[in-house]
Write a protein that binds this ligand. Structure first.
Ligand code: FAD
Length: 386
C-alpha cells in the first residue's frame, strides 16, 4: 500500500524503530510522546543479533557498530569469583551472522532519533483513540488530535491503548526482583574489556558488559518484595549488604558507580496476550509483550515488530486491517513465546524454586560453552531475519 499516514504513540525503542521502518517504506509518520524531554529509562541494553539485524536492514548497521561494545566472550562466575564457564561468542556470531552489541541507552536513543527524519512531538499524552471507516484519531490530554490511516500504540509496559485493544485491563506481572543498572568506566580490575562478566549466587546476579566509550554497562539483580523503598542515597549501603562476601570486582563496582545516575526498576512483564490489534490500531513493543530482561530480548522484539509491521503494510493491497492482522498473527507467536521463555528464565535465575536455581548453578559449571551459544542462537534464529 502507498500513501499511508501513520500515527505512532510512544518514542521508545519500539516507536522510533517502527517510525524509521515505516518512513523508509515511504509512509508519512508522526510520533507523539507524553514526556516533555526524551530520556532513556535505564543505562544500557544488550542488543542480540536479531535486534541488530533489524538495524542493519534499516541502514543503521555501521552506526550501531560504532556505539556497540565489542563483546567477544561471556564468563559465568560464582559469587566468590570461581570460574563456572568461559564462553566464546564467535560460534554464536558465525551461526547467526551478526554479532550482538551491548549499548548505552542514551547512545541508542540518539541514533534512533537521528535515523527518524520526521518530527517527534513531545508533551502529548494520548488518552484515547477513535476509529471510523476511513481512519483513526488519537486524542491527547491537552485536547490536540492526530489523525492517520493507522495508529501504532508503542506506549510501553503500562500502555493505556492496550485496554482499547483488549477491552480489558492487563496489570503487568511482577518478575520478583529489582535491577539496579548504570554505567561505570571500564577497568580490567572489574572485568576483561571484551567480556560479559556475570557473577551468580543466592538467587542474585552481578553483571558487567562493555559499551562504547570505554565503559561498562552493569546491573545488579536482587529478589525483593515489590514496593521495597528506593532511595539513591542508600543504594551503595544496601547493595554492599546484598552482595556481602561477593568477589572483589563486585565490591569495586559498588564502590565506583554513581548512585545519582543509577536506575532501579522493579522488573515486570506483560502477557502472553491474545490480541495485538483492533481495527486500525496495533500494539507494538512492550505494550504488547513487555519481557523480563533475563534473555535480553524485550527491545529486540520491539525492533522486530517495527520491521514486520512495515513489511506487511508494504506487501499487500488488501488494506490496513488485513496487514495488521497478518502482523498480529506473526508477532503474537514469536513475541509471546519470548515473554514466556524469559519469565521461566527469570524464575530460574532468581530462585522462585530454590532447587531449580541450584540446579542451574550446577548446569552452568557442567555445560559445554556451545550449549549456551546454541540456546541463544535458537532464540535469535526464530526471528524474522534468521
Ligand atoms: P518504552 O521504551 O517503554 O517506550 C514507551 C514510550 O511511550 C515512552 O517514551 C513513554 O513516555 C511513551 N508513552 C507511554 N504512554 C504514553 C501515552 N499515553 N501517550 C504518549 N506517550 C506515551 N531488551 C533487550 O532487547 N535487551 C536487553 O538487554 C534489555 N535489558 C533490559 C533491562 C531492564 C532492566 C529492563 C527494564 C528492560 C530491558 N530490556 C531489554 C527491555 C527493553 O528495555 C524494552 O523492551 C524496550 O525498551 C521497550 O521499548 P518500547 O518502545 O516498547 O517501550
Amino acid at each position: 500500500m502507498h500513501d499511508l499516514k501513520v500515527v505512532i504513540i510512544g518514542a521508545g525503542i519500539g516507536g522510533l524503530t517502527a517510525g524509521i521502518a515505516l518512513e523508509q517504506a515511504g509512509y508519512q509518520v508522526e510520533i507523539y510522546d507524553r514526556v516533555k524531554e526524551l530520556r532513556p529509562a535505564g543505562a544500557g541494553i544488550s542488543l542480540w543479533s536479531n535486534g541488530v539485524k533489524v538495524l542493519n536492514r534499516l541502514g543503521l548497521g555501521e552506526k550501531m557498530a560504532k556505539i556497540g561494545g565489542q563483546m567477544e566472550r561471556m564468563e559465568y562466575r560464582t559469587k566468590t569469583g570461581e570460574l563456572l564457564n568461559d564462553i566464546d561468542l564467535m560460534p554464536l556470531i558465525q551461526q547467526v551472522g551478526q554479532r550482538p552489541y551491548p549499548v548505552a541507552r542514551r547512545d541508542l536513543q540518539n541514533m534512533l532519533l537521528a535515523g527518524f527524519k520526521g518530527e517527534v512531538k513531545l508533551d502529548r499524552k494520548c488518552v484515547s483513540v477513535e476509529e471510523d471507516e476511513t481512519g483513526v484519531t488519537a486524542i491527547f490530554e491537552n485536547g490536540d488530535k492526530a489523525r492517520g490511516d493507522l495508529l501504532v500504540a508503542a506506549d510501553g509496559v503500562r500502555s493505556i491503548l492496550r485496554t482499547y485493544i483488549l477491552g480489558r485491563e492487563v496489570e503487568p506481572k511482577y518478575g520478583g526482583y529489582i535491577n539496579w543498572n548504570g554505567l561505570v568506566p571500564a577497568a580490567e580490575e572489574l572485568a576483561p574489556k571484551n567480556t560479559w562478566a556475570i557473577y551468580v549466587g543466592d538467587h542474585k546476579r552481578a553483571s558487567m558488559m562493555p559499551v562504547a566509550g570505554d565503559r561498562f554497562y552493569f546491573f545488579l539483580d536482587v529478589p525483593l518484595p515489590k514496593g521495597t523503598p528506593a532511595n539513591p542515597d542508600k543504594y551503595k549501603a544496601e547493595l554492599k549488604e546484598h552482595f556481602q562476601g561477593w568477589a572483589e570486582p563486585v565490591q569495586l563496582l559498588i564502590d565506583r558507580f554513581d548512585p545519582g545516575a543509577v536506575a532501579r526498576p522493579e522488573i515486570h512483564d506483560v502477557g502472553p496476550i491474545d490480541r495485538f490489534v483492533r481495527g486500525k490500531v496495533a500494539l507494538l513493543g512492550d505494550s504488547a509483550h513487555a519481557t523480563c530482561p533475563d534473555l535480553g530480548q524485550g527491545g529486540c522484539q520491539a525492533m522486530e515488530d517495527g520491521l514486520v509491521l512495515s513489511n506487511y503494510l508494504l506487501s499487500t493491497n488488501l488494506g490496513v486491517e488485513y496487514a495488521l492482522k497478518r502482523y498480529e498473527t506473526e508477532r503474537k507467536q514469536r513475541a509471546n513465546a519470548v515473554v514466556e521463555k524469559a519469565r521461566q528464565r527469570a524464575e530460574q535465575i532468581h530462585g522462585k524454586d530454590p532447587q531449580v536455581t541450584e540446579q542451574w548453578y550446577e548446569q552452568l559449571a557442567d555445560e559445554r560453552p556451545t550449549d549456551v551459544t546454541d540456546a541463544i542462537a535458537k532464540v535469535i534464529a526464530a526471528g524474522p531475519l534468521h
